[in-house]
Design a protein around this ligand. Structure first.
Ligand code: B16
Ligand code: MG
Length: 213
C-alpha cells in the first residue's frame, strides 16, 4: 500500500524546465556547442555541473576548472533572473489539486529536486508547506539517475521504497525512481519516458486511485 508520493519539481509542478532550457541554450551558444530539444532531454534532472560538463563535452573544446565555475555561475544568474517573478500562477495545471488529493487521502508528500534553487522556487509557488520533506542538492551526493535522492526522500518520510511512488518528467529522474525500486509515474511523452510505469501528459490527468496498489 502506498503511503507517500515523491515529486520532482522542474517540469512536473512548474515549467521551470523551460527556463533551465533557455539558460543552458544561451550558455551552449556562447561556447560554440550545438544545442537542441533532444540534447536538452539528456540534461533534465541532471545537476548543474553534470549538465555543464555534458554541454562542454559536446563543444569539443577544453575548459579549466575555473572556467567551468564561471560558466556555471553565469547560467545560474541567467536562470535566477528568469525565475525571479515566479508566483502561484506558475503552478502547472493540476499541480495544486494533485498535492491536495494526495494529502486528503492521508498520504505523505516529499519533494526530490537536484536543483539548488528548489527551496526558493517552491516558496514563490506557495507550495513549500505542502511537503513533509524536501530533499534538494544540499542533501545528496549523487544526482539523478542515481536513486539516492528518492531513497533519501522516502527515508525522510519514515517510509520504505515500496511504500512510495515517484513522479518525474525527465529520463534521468525516471531511471532514479526505478533504481530506487519504486513505481514511476512519468509526466510528458511515453515516447521519451520509455522506462516509466505509466505516463500522463500532465498533472491535470493525475488520479491517485489509478496508481494505488
Ligand atoms: P540548479 P529537478 C533539476 O531539477 C533540473 O531538471 C535540471 O535541469 C537542473 O540543471 C538541475 O535541477 C540543477 O538546477 O542549477 O538550479 O541547481 O528536475 O531535479 O527538479
Ligand atoms: Mg524535472
Amino acid at each position: 500500500e502506498y503511503r507517500g508520493v515523491i515529486f520532482d519539481l522542474d517540469g512536473v509542478l512548474t515549467d521551470t524546465a523551460h527556463y533551465h532550457y533557455l539558460a543552458w541554450k544561451k550558455l551552449a551558444e556562447s561556447v560554440g556547442a550545438s544545442f537542441d530539444e533532444a540534447f536538452n532531454e539528456q540534461l533534465k534532472g541532471v545537476d548543474r555541473m553534470g549538465s555543464l560538463n555534458l554541454i562542454l563535452a559536446a563543444s569539443g573544446k577544453d575548459f579549466s576548472a575555473t572556467d567551468k565555475l564561471t560558466l556555471a555561475d553565469e547560467k545560474n544568474l541567467h536562470y535566477q533572473s528568469l525565475i525571479a517573478q515566479l508566483s502561484p500562477a506558475d503552478l502547472l495545471p493540476g499541480a495544486a489539486e494533485s498535492l491536495q488529493q494526495i494529502r486528503a487521502a492521508g498520504l505523505k508528500t516529499a519533494l526530490a529536486s537536484v536543483s539548488k534553487n528548489a527551496q526558493a522556487v517552491i516558496e514563490r509557488l506557495g507550495i513549500a508547506e505542502q511537503f513533509d520533506v524536501v530533499v534538494d542538492a544540499a542533501k545528496i551526493k549523487n544526482s539523478k539517475p542515481d536513486p539516492e535522492i528518492f531513497l533519501t526522500a522516502a527515508a525522510g518520510l519514515g517510509l520504505t521504497a515500496d511504500e512510495c511512488f515517484g513522479v518525474e518528467d525527465s529520463i534521468a529522474g525516471i531511471r532514479a525512481i526505478k533504481a530506487a525500486r519504486m513505481f514511476a509515474l512519468g509526466i510528458g511523452s511515453p515516447a521519451v519516458l520509455t522506462e516509466a510505469d505509466v505516463v500522463i501528459a500532465g498533472l491535470h490527468h493525475f488520479s491517485l486511485q489509478d496508481y494505488l496498489k
